[in-house]
Design a protein around this ligand. Structure first.
Ligand SMILES: [Zn+2]
Ligand SMILES: [Zn+2]
Length: 243
């Protein structure tokens, strides 16, 4: 097989696997059902990484922050101070959460849990593809932690702010059709309590039937907080709604 086929194969396989693993792990670990979390808690020595990932992502990122809206992490300095104190009490894991901007960026153990299921695919690619195809596969396999660390923080800010403040390459990426679709997917993920729209590496949510369609009310809320709307959306721009 020619080299370019190996490269394409590496990129494509890496992407599909990434998207799947991300959607699956986000649903069953990061935003796991309370029943699952209770079961893990019976053997914390075994399930500590899963318990911690769920706590930092679901409890802190979904429940204890962004309570007012999708772009406001804390309603007041008081609220931030209280949560900081609680997390300090929790020890090492609490400090890791604080350092990751209250679980907005991938940090510490969370990164490990995110990447661990992907690890088995590195040797698989290594032994089945030419070196160039393996390298291409590594790029797409590493997309989920890359998205969580670099892209996710901007998804919780108005689109225009990201265009002004993100590094140039990232602002470009966020402004593409794909980047805008990630904003919308993540908005829906938070708006309905973390039960659908799991991907930042888009794709598997659709195949797994885990997407939700934007309603007119969703579009109105999105316009108000400066999320990028679909091109065919029939809602007035944010300025008009505010005025
Ligand atoms: Zn988020
Ligand atoms: Zn989530």
């Amino acid at each position: 097989m020619p080299d370019f086929i190996h490269v394409l194969l590496g990129l494509a396989l890496g992407y599909v696997i990434s998207s799947y693993v991300e959607s699956f792990m986000h649903e069953y670990v990061s935003d796991a059902h309370p029943k699952a979390v209770r079961a893990w808690s019976r053997a914390p020595w075994l399930f500590r990484p899963l318990i911690n990932t769920h706590f930092s992502h679901h409890t802190i990122h979904h429940v204890r922050t962004f309570r007012n809206d999708h772009i406001t992490q804390f309603r007041s300095e008081e609220e931030k101070k209280k949560l900081t104190e609680e997390l300090v009490q929790r020890g090492k894991h609490g400090l890791t959460i604080i350092r990751g901007a209250f679980a907005t960026r991938l940090h510490g153990e969370g990164a490990f849990v995110f990447v661990s299921p992907l690890v088995i695919f590195f040797p698989l690619f290594y032994f089945t593809l030419k070196p160039i195809g393996f390298l291409a596969g590594c790029v797409t396999l590493l997309l989920p932690p890359f998205m969580s660390h670099f892209v996710h923080p901007y998804l919780h800010r108005p689109f225009e702010e990201g265009q002004r403040t993100a590094p140039r390459w990232l602002a470009w990426f966020l402004g593409t059709r794909y980047g805008r679709a990630i904003y919308r997917n993540h908005f829906l993920h938070h708006r309905y309590g973390g039960v659908s729209n799991f991907n930042l590496v888009l794709g598997a949510d659709y195949v797994r039937g885990r997407t939700r369609v934007l309603t007119p009310k969703d579009l109105e809320v999105m316009a108000n907080i400066g999320m990028p709307l679909p091109e065919d959306a029939a809602v007035p721009p944010a300025e008009a709604l505010r005025g």
